[in-house]
Design a protein around this ligand. Sequence first.
Ligand code: GUN
Length: 218
Amino acid sequence: GEYTFNEPALGALKPIFAPSSEPESLQTTALIQTLALLPHVEGGYFSQTDEDPKTIPSPYPLTPLSGETASQAVPPRPGFDAAVRRLSTTIFYLLTYRRPLGRFHRNRSRIIHTLHRGRGRYVLLHPDGRVESFIVGNAVERGERLQWVVEGGVWKASYLLDTEGNMASEGAQEPEGLLISETVVPGFEFADHEFLSERCLEELVPEKAMALGWLARK
Ligand code: GUN
């Protein structure tokens, strides 16, 4: 469909809503409170809703994946044991008008995503430098996705789009947030998580780094 392409025209990848420290709308604030969401370091909001606490030996190196910039590494949770992983974790993840983008990061584990509400764009950077982008939303007839899987090691960013029918006049109405679930197997640990530095972006996609920089910056 017109909204799904493997090599996007990078001009199509533009921020729609600017991050802001202004308060969220009453409706969004109510959703955040109802789901007990907290600000996520990637951008947006999240809450872990499930974990399978059974553990398996970690399939990963004992050393954490940490970014080029040590200041970007997030410390492990209390009680983290680098030798094991929980079987799975699941979170709600929400992008809002005020926190409208999740900046480029990767996880060692594959992540299964499911849409609940709203609309957004995902941008993936594969290890070979291929850029993939697609829209997640309810219009499956137009190629929007309800489920998407991001393999371990793939850089991922996402940003909020307006829902169809809310675009008549620009900025007329605050968009519904993008609410999804993400399940990580084995379970999420910051040791398996890494942000994309601008230097790394430059190395991975030299000709596209300019167009994608806004999704990498804090
Ligand atoms: N803690 C901080 N970020 C995350 C995340 O993305 N997933 C889970 N399960 N826990 C987290």
